[in-house]
Design a protein around this ligand. Structure first.
Ligand code: BES
Ligand code: MN
Ligand code: ZN
Length: 514
């Protein structure tokens, strides 16, 4: 899909726009959007509404051909519902319905002239970003491994959004962001959906190398020997049961001065989580191929920000291995020493995510980070707590961390990829007490996602840190089984906001000295 922005003004009205199909909105009760009104010189659109051929309900459509006075071959009316200004939900339904209607038309291109500037509580930039994401989401398939591909729904390859000429530059920026986020999400989804016999730690490392080449990033892939030299005893304990070689991947996007402290994104990269000796039940175990979605979201986010050329330094850190049972696998009761020197009694080998992340979090200290955010499909308990709508957000509770939490929550809301803050408190830490080591790797059933975060917290005391548990949001089960690409929109938006904030303070400083 090729996206672009088309502009209109008094001199170049929508009516003169040459396209295979122009898409405009109508409302319930026979009301036209301003764009539709402007095109309706001969009253044909109003008459179509009056005839009852289209209700105006969100997602209703009606195709008209060769409408008087229009350069467009076709006019697709799409319902935006009752409320004016239209709600974001109704805009999404309208976009979806229009995309579907377009698949059965012969038009080679389409121009969406919906009231992007007027969505309730949102601005035009938001509307263009989210419409781009919606169209790309609808067109996504993962069929590279089917020998007979299902016929892909046809539709126009070229899509444009029509905006008033005065808004052109903001719209172009928003479109570039939407496309970059969609590209990042697609990489994240592809990696998640790729089966675990193909998407191994080596495959993730190769993907990072490819990204580095394409987008001029630096990459380092550490193998078992190098991981041993770093004394990552906790990470290594998870690799003992598998024949797949582990990889520790570091991908650096340096878009700013070398001295600028980087944002470090740490992603859980378990390419298959059988549970190890504490083996999981067989039902739906295939879905544990998605246990590398944190890692995939780090790669997807780096792809998005590299495409946008953000002026920030961002480093991706990915510990990756399978978690398998075998004669050489770690046993419940084993005690290991993490890179930090803290010892861990492994009471359940299925709580492996925290075991690989803790060493990656310690490793991240060397970058003297501005902040570290880890992203992990960490606990089933997070799914119980928050379901599939919100990712779980965990940070310490001080001023510095409250600010970081707020930044991430705001980014999630802006991106339609929301998180919900959960507590990390001393009381929960007590559940991790071990009689034989510095800590146990599980805290029992109560508050399972919180004790997992408390475990990680013990390895992050030298910097500002947040943890995002995406166990409920990274993929969907059932008939629509597939990776969602979350939280790439949240993370990318967080980084875009950080870049904007930096530019604001820099130009502010500039003014003061001038
Ligand atoms: N990868 C799983 C978490 C998970 C489970 C995500 C189901 C999504 C759906 C993680 O490694 C795990 O197994 N966690 C255990 C922790 C427990 C042993 C303390 C869990 O959630 O059951
Ligand atoms: Mn597990
Ligand atoms: Zn896991």
């Amino acid at each position: 899909m090729d996206f672009s922005i088309k502009t209109f003004d008094a001199k170049n009205p929508l009516a003169a726009l040459k396209t295979g199909c122009l898409v405009v909105g109508v409302f319930e009760e026979g009301k036209l959007s301003p764009a539709a009104k402007g095109l309706d010189g001969k009253g044909e659109i109003a008459a179509a509404l009056k005839s009852g051929d289209i209700s105006g309900k969100a997602g209703s459509t009606l195709l008209m051909r060769k409408v008087n006075g229009l350069a467009a071959e076709r006019l697709l009316l799409v319902g935006l519902g009752k409320e004016q200004p239209p709600t974001e939900k109704n805009l999404a339904s309208a976009m979806q319905a229009a995309a579907k209607a377009l698949t059965s038309l012969g038009a080679a291109d389409a121009v969406f002239a919906l009231p992007f500037e007027e969505i309730k509580d949102r601005d035009a930039s938001w509307a263009i970003r989210s419409s781009t994401l919606g169209l790309r989401e609808g067109a996504y398939r993962f069929e590279s491994l089917k020998s007979k591909k299902e016929p892909a729904p046809q539709g126009p390859r070229k899509i444009a959004f029509a905006v008033p000429a005065a808004n052109a530059s903001a719209a172009k920026t928003a479109l570039a962001q939407g496309v970059a986020i969609a590209n990042g999400m697609e990489l994240t989804k592809d990696l998640g959906n790729t089966p675990p016999n193909i998407c191994t730690p080596t495959y993730l490392a190769d993907t990072a190398k490819k990204l580095a080449k394409e987008f001029d990033m630096a990459v380092e892939v550490l193998d078992r020997k190098q991981i041993q030299a770093l004394k990552m005893g906790s990470f290594l304990s998870v690799t003992h049961g598998t024949l797949e070689p582990p990889k520790f991947i570091v991908l650096k996007y340096l878009g700013s001065k070398a001295k600028d402290a980087p944002v470090v994104l740490v992603g859980k990269g378990i390419t298959f989580d059988s549970g190890g000796i504490s083996i999981k039940p067989s039902g739906n175990m295939d879905e544990m191929k998605y246990d590398m979605c944190g890692a995939a979201s780090v790669l997807g986010t780096l792809r998005a920000i590299a495409e946008l050329k953000l002026k920030l330094n961002v480093i991706g850190v990915i510990p990756s291995t399978e978690n398998m049972p075998s004669g050489s696998a770690t046993r419940p009761g084993d005690i290991v020493t993490s890179m930090s020197g803290q010892t861990i009694e492994i009471l359940n080998t299925d709580a492996e995510g925290r075991l690989i992340l803790c060493d990656a979090l310690t490793y991240s200290e060397r970058f003297k980070p501005a902040v570290v955010v880890d992203i992990a499909t960490l606990t089933g308990a997070c799914v119980t707590a928050l379901g599939h709508h919100n990712s779980g957000l965990f940070t310490r509770h001080d001023e510095d961390h409250d600010k970081l939490a707020q930044e991430l929550l705001v980014a999630g809301k802006a991106a339609g990829d929301t998180a919900w803050r959960m507590p990390i408190e001393e009381n929960y830490q007590e559940q991790l007490k071990s009689n034989f080591a510095d800590m146990a790797n599980i805290g029992g059933p109560p508050g399972g996602s919180i004790t997992a975060a408390c475990f990680l917290e013990r390895f992050t005391r030298n910097y500002t840190w947040a943890h995002i548990d995406i166990a409920g949001t990274a993929w969907k089960s059932g008939s629509t089984k597939g990776a969602t690409g979350r939280p790439v929109p949240l993370l990318t938006t967080f980084l875009i906001h950080r870049e904007q904030a930096r530019e604001r303070t820099q130009s502010g400083n500039g003014k003061k000295t001038a």
